[in-house]
Design a protein around this ligand. Structure first.
Ligand code: SF4
Length: 360
């Protein structure tokens, strides 16, 4: 299959593994920011292929996992409002909030529907003009342009019963927060491929410049990731950190201008609440006042009890790279994809789900 097989060639992979091993002399710590990378790395056994000098940690790149419990509680509280339909991606359904989940709310009679695209939510709004249809908008720069396009479409079609609860988050600001905290001393970052398709490579340039940390943007096939590791190890060994693109078939330095314009038109940058990290300035996307009639935060008011984290769950540490899923005492014993305690085990991009599926 074109564009897949050539990135899974085992002979080329062996060559890259040898080259990484040959040039790696010192112990280094890398973080793969994206949950998609965590799954690919675990699935292809890449942690086992690279030398022991290369340690890899998962980061806050799973949208469901980094959604703060308080924000999830708000989404669940919205389901209790009269004449409301909540629409959401499937992964959000089973994530435990402080007192309930979207799935539980649905079981108790709330109208909560899984959609595969935000455009499905618009169709539901058009088909149910007497109801308010709220889309729970999570995700990074990858999904935000589509949500922006949905709001513009609703504006154009004069749909008055469609709302978005915007919980979207931005990648570079949270990278800065993690680096500023110094909790995990990183030498390099495997930068997210899909996010970078949208934002390009320039927004990462402050990282090598201000923190001396190498940055390489990677695709998701095994050769993409090995090539990325090869470049990271070389930069670190040579003491020349910079931003490189190891995914040129997807990422241009300037990103996708059209998608960036869509985001700029509909959203403005504000603070966002991240699980395990807290409020991060300039890391969230809020709906601009021009489109505030689509903003669920402004249109609906709910009363929330204080948020509670699942007891014993270390998802907060996992998303910061401060712990691996194996360091959580509940992993496999109490927490599993069938009975998840925290979001990192629920989400298809969660680190705990990846370790559960592939580790060992
Ligand atoms: Fe949370 Fe389960 Fe992961 Fe532990 S294994 S951090 S309880 S999701």
């Amino acid at each position: 299959m074109k564009f897949i097989d050539e990135y899974q060639n085992s002979e080329l992979a062996k060559g890259l593994v040898k080259r990484i091993a040959k040039q790696s002399t010192k112990t280094i710590k890398l973080m793969e920011f994206c949950g998609g990378h965590t799954h690919a790395i675990m699935r292809y056994g890449i942690r086992q292929l690279v030398p022991k000098t290369v340690e890899m940690r998962s980061g806050p790149g799973c949208p469901v996992c980094v959604t703060a419990t308080a924000d999830l509680d708000k989404a669940i509280a919205l389901t209790h409002l009269p004449e409301v339909i909540i629409t959401t991606f499937g992964d959000m359904m089973r994530v435990p909030g402080s007192y309930s989940s979207l799935q539980q709310a649905k079981a108790e009679g709330a109208d909560v529907r899984i959609v595969y695209s935000v455009m499905d939510a618009i169709e539901i709004a058009e088909a149910n003009p007497e109801k308010s249809v709220i889309f729970i908008g999570i995700g990074f720069e990858t999904t935000a342009p589509t949500i922006a396009a949905s709001i513009l479409k609703a504006e154009q079609k004069k749909i008055e019963n469609f709302y978005v609860l915007s919980l979207h988050k931005l990648t570079p600001p949270v990278m800065k927060t993690l680096l500023d905290s110094g909790e995990v001393k990183l030498d390099g970052i495997i930068c997210p491929g899909h996010v970078s398709v949208i934002i390009g490579s320039h927004p990462y340039e402050f990282i090598p410049k201000n923190y001396g940390v190498a940055c390489v943007i990677s695709g998701f096939e095994p050769l993409d990731i090995l090539l990325c590791l090869d470049k990271l190890v070389r930069q670190i060994e040579n003491g020349q950190p910079r931003v490189e693109i190891a995914y040129p078939r997807g990422v241009k330095p300037e990103g996708n201008r059209k998608a960036l314009q869509l985001m700029e038109e509909v959203f403005e940058i504000g603070e966002a609440n991240w699980r395990g990290i807290g409020q991060v300035p300039q890391s969230g996307l809020k709906i601009r006042s021009k489109y505030e009639h689509f903003d669920a935060d402004k249109a609906f008011s709910v009363t929330l009890k204080p948020a509670r984290e699942p007891k014993g769950c270390r998802c907060g540490d996992v998303v910061r790279g401060a712990a691996t899923p194996l360091e959580c005492k509940l992993f496999r014993k109490v927490c599993s994809p069938e009975r998840p305690i925290g979001p990192c085990m629920v989400s298809s991009e969660g680190a705990c789900a990846a370790y559960y599926q592939y580790h060992g």
